[in-house]
Design a binder for this molecule. Structure first.
Ligand code: NAD
Length: 321
């Protein structure tokens, strides 16, 4: 891929995704980076500056001005509106270029992404596509993310779709790319997936806690569930009980991961989507109450969401660290 890249949001996910782009893009082209937390940009330059030019700029406008592809992965819908639609510093304030491609990897509601996409297109700023991701920080680091894409399958008659597929393949595995048809549809699929992953994580934490307090050894209980009908991806890859599955956040100080505070956001997105479609979101409504309490608990703040286990079991730090 020729052309400069722009990257906005160098957090837990964005940093390794941007790293894959920098490693795979043309070494003579520049990557423009912006994060409201400047030290993340400085760390990015320190760690990857040897691979090719990276420039830290002071606004999304400056990123956009210089890039033919701009990737954003920031926490919330409010952040996304600011990134793209701020009249002074946002993408919309940059020089117009209808050929430019914006990829929205943040997990937000589908309506916001439709508003942002339609506004940017009308303004002639470029094409904006929702491309939310699945696979977590390990998938981002390995370049094996799954993408849920708010666009039709790539075709020769749609050159932008070819560029889109090429850029996504720099961060993910094409066999896990799902073209969902239209703007906002990638996020609609993502919200359903996260409805399940968030509620399942809490169910795993509660089931493990109940079994352990009933006197079953934690490793035995995990083996039972892993080989029985309760088995799930969350149980195997985000097991909330420390010391059961070695590679997961709970066995590594609840290292991120996916922040406790963000469990509220994704569960709420599912609740809102349920109400909007006439489906009563019973599971998510129950789960969000616990996630809200965990997000205020010092044992869980800024740790991986699986630390909800420490909240529900009232485990003291000295008992698991
Ligand atoms: P994070 O908090 O680690 O990173 C977000 C980054 O965005 C931070 O560096 C922050 O400083 C920056 N930021 C915030 N507002 C900004 C703005 N207005 N302009 C520029 N930068 C801004 O979060 P994360 O875990 O990387 O998640 C980011 C998004 O990806 C969220 O929407 C999340 O739901 C989604 N997501 C996360 C995971 C995961 O496992 N962490 C997986 C899939 C999707």
């Amino acid at each position: 891929m020729e052309g400069n890249f722009g990257f906005i949001g160098l957090g837990a996910m964005g940093f390794p995704m941007a790293e894959n782009i920098r490693r795979k893009m043309s070494s003579s082209k520049t990557m423009y980076v912006y994060d409201v937390y400047r030290p993340s940009c400085e760390r990015f330059v320190n760690e990857l500056g040897g691979i090719g030019p990276i420039e830290i700029v002071g606004s999304v406008k400056d990123v956009t001005e210089n890039s033919s592809v701009v990737i954003s992965i920031v926490p919330s819908a409010e952040d996304v509106r600011k990134v793209f639609l701020d009249g002074k510093e946002g993408a919309i304030a940059a020089r117009k270029d209808a050929e430019r491609l914006f990829l929205e990897c943040s997990t937000i509601d589908a309506q916001t992404t439709r508003d942002v996409g339609e506004t940017l297109t009308k303004a002639g700023s470029g094409s904006y596509i929702d491309t939310p991701v699945s696979g977590g920080v390990p998938g981002a680091a390995a370049g094996t993310l799954s993408f849920l894409i708010g666009h039709t399958d790539p075709t020769d008659s749609d050159p932008m779709s070819k560029t889109l597929a090429t850029v996504l393949a720099m961060m993910g595995e094409p066999k896990k790319f799902f073209y969902c048809g239209k703007l906002g549809a990638g996020l609609a699929a993502k919200i359903s997936n996260n409805y399940l992953s968030c509620t399942t994580l809490l169910a795993v934490a509660e089931a493990m806690a109940i079994g352990i307090r009933s006197g079953i050894d934690k490793d035995l209980l995990y083996r039972v569930i892993h080989n029985s009908t309760g088995q799930s991806w969350m149980c195997d890859n985000v097991m909330p009980v420390p010391g059961v599955v070695p590679h997961v956040p709970s066995s590594n100080g609840y290292k991120l991961g996916f922040k406790s505070q963000m469990m509220i956001k994704d569960t709420t997105l599912g609740i809102d989507a349920g109400h909007a479609t006439g489906i009563r979101p019973v599971m998510a409504e129950a789960a969000v109450e616990t996630f809200k309490k965990a997000a205020e608990d010092p044992r869980c703040i800024d740790r991986d969401g699986s630390s909800v286990y420490l909240y529900i079991t009232d485990t003291k730090d000295e008992d698991w660290k």
